[in-house]
Design a protein around this ligand. Structure first.
Ligand SMILES: [Zn+2]
Length: 286
């Protein structure tokens, strides 16, 4: 089995108990992510992989943990691309485990694969691999990252967020949305960027369908996942996903229900987009 699929299978296995925020299953997931980063010789960011944060409600305080890996850029070591994916999911309800294979073992697996590749062959920009916790609890991990790394924000050129990139058996299209790419790409490079979709082995489409028959509420895609917190800071971002489908937030979002062939191709496409951006972002004047 392809390494990406192995990560996807392991991250959506029952022993992680649905990776609920501040749960035992979450710790199993954290260990898996960190051991994979360590094996791939990916550096810990600021000397630590685990970046804890606390979440207080009226009655309790819970601790979440973002995980951050780092590979220094060859040409622009002080200019960053942040690749993000949330690893938490819904946990268990009434004895059923919500494994969240698409949401978001898929994005997490992709990030582990990218980290492994980039550690062997660094990009021009420094890359942070941000595995967020508590996304399912109102983007807690992304909020904590923004608060904790306040000084770094002006040097973050781009956030690429992956959330649900394996879909279900019927999935055949990858979608993306973006904002402020014209701040970091020349007009010519932005047009080249838009044309990358023509070279992909899957359909890659800009924008999401606004009304989805599987989901009654209107999805606000610009804020639907961790990229929303980067957007709020006016940091250019791209979000990749497949959109809402009938396994979304259901017990059927399992490893045997995702579209593995599509998932592998989606990872390759996203990597091509990343590679293009790394080469073509207009450098900040240091
Ligand atoms: Zn998600």
């Amino acid at each position: 089995m392809n390494k990406l699929s192995v990560h996807l299978r392991n991250l959506s296995a029952d022993d992680m108990k649905g990776r609920r925020f501040a749960s035992k299953g979450s710790i199993v997931a954290q260990k898996y992510i960190i051991s994979s980063l360590t094996k791939g010789k990916v550096n810990a960011f600021q000397q630590k992989f685990l970046h804890p944060f606390s979440h207080k409600t009226l009655f309790s305080q819970k601790n979440g943990h973002n995980i951050i890996g780092y590979v220094e850029g060859t040409k622009f070591p002080h200019q960053y691309i942040v690749l993000s994916a949330h690893y938490d999911h819904l946990g268990e309800k009434h004895g059923n485990i919500f494994n969240g294979a698409d949401d978001n073992a898929s994005g997490t697996a992709a990030l582990l694969g990218f980290a492994n590749n980039i550690a062997r062959k660094p990009l021009q920009h420094s890359v942070l691999f941000l595995f967020t916790d508590g996304e399912e609890v109102n983007l807690l991990g992304a909020k904590a990252f923004i608060a904790q790394q306040n000084k770094l924000l002006p040097r973050i050129r781009l956030n690429i967020n992956l959330d649900m990139i394996a879909g279900n058996k019927n999935t055949s299209q990858l979608h993306y949305i973006d904002r402020r790419l014209d701040n970091i790409l020349s007009n010519g490079k932005l047009s080249e960027f838009r044309e990358l979709s023509a070279n992909q082995t899957i359909k890659v489409k800009r924008g999401f369908k606004q009304n989805n028959s599987h989901y009654k509420n209107k999805v606000r895609w610009y804020n639907a996942s961790d990229h929303g917190e980067f957007n709020r800071e006016h940091i250019p971002f791209i979000y990749f996903g497949v959109g809402v489908h009938n396994n979304y937030h259901s017990v059927n979002d399992d490893f045997d229900q995702v579209n593995l062939t599509f998932f592998i191709k989606a990872c390759r496409s996203i990597f091509q987009y990343l590679y293009f951006l790394d080469r073509n972002i207009t450098p900040l004047q240091e």
